[in-house]
Design a protein around this ligand. Structure first.
Ligand code: GRF
Length: 197
């Protein structure tokens, strides 16, 4: 399975994927390319250190969003990917790409969807909202990407305990360590081995 990973930030989810491939926890898959919209994303360094092709393409480099969307899709098509993994990717996937790669794009979201998701719920904001609501359990979700925001069919979820005195940063780290970094490699391995319909 040829996999492309889309990133915008630190790339800890990407790192979990790369480590899982090395450890044989993901089989029948190769990470063919890492694409970021952010030239400063440390995720790009992680890819390069691992010998994976890494490139940056940003809406800021284009006259219009339509021009970016067209260039983004054309660039992705060059890699003949079987699966696109959004790992902390903060750019909306163009409708044309959703259609062309239907059921071939997955996303990791740091909450138990349908809680704390949708427009405006990303990164630390997700955990701030969970703490503000006072939930005792949160977690992470891997789902297929459809035309909505965090609305596609759910593939895997894992619950994580909220602890007394948690700050958003502490909670985010626990959700990453205990859920995100386990679920995303697991989902890729399941898909690569024909276990997901
Ligand atoms: C984090 O907020 C994570 O919860 C979400 O994407 C953000 C960046 O993660 N999935 P990463 O370290 O770039 O993988």
């Amino acid at each position: 399975l040829r996999v492309g990973v889309m990133v915008s930030g630190g790339g800890t989810n990407l790192q979990a994927i790369l480590d899982a491939v090395d450890a044989g926890k993901i089989t029948n898959a190769e990470i063919a390319v890492v694409i970021s919209n952010n030239p400063g994303a440390y995720a790009l360094e992680r890819a390069k250190k691992h010998g994976v092709e890494a490139l940056c393409i940003s809406p800021k480099d284009y006259e219009s969003r339509d021009a970016f969307n067209e260039a983004f899709l054309a660039k992705v098509d060059e890699y003949h990917l079987d699966l696109i993994v959004l790992a902390g990717f903060l750019v909306k996937i163009p409708a044309a790409m959703i259609e062309k790669y239907e059921h071939k794009i997955i996303n990791i979201h740091p909450s138990l969807i349908p809680s704390f998701c949708g427009v405006g719920y990303y990164g630390l904001k997700v955990h701030e909202a969970a703490l503000a609501r006072g939930v005792k359990v949160t977690g992470a979700t891997v789902h297929f990407v459809d035309s909505g925001m965090d609305t596609g069919p759910i593939i895997l979820q894992k619950a994580v305990e909220v602890q007394e005195g948690d700050t958003p940063e502490v909670l985010q780290r626990r959700v990453m360590e205990q859920a995100e970094w386990k679920l995303l490699p697991q989902a890729i391995d399941l898909i690569a081995n024909g276990k997901i319909k």
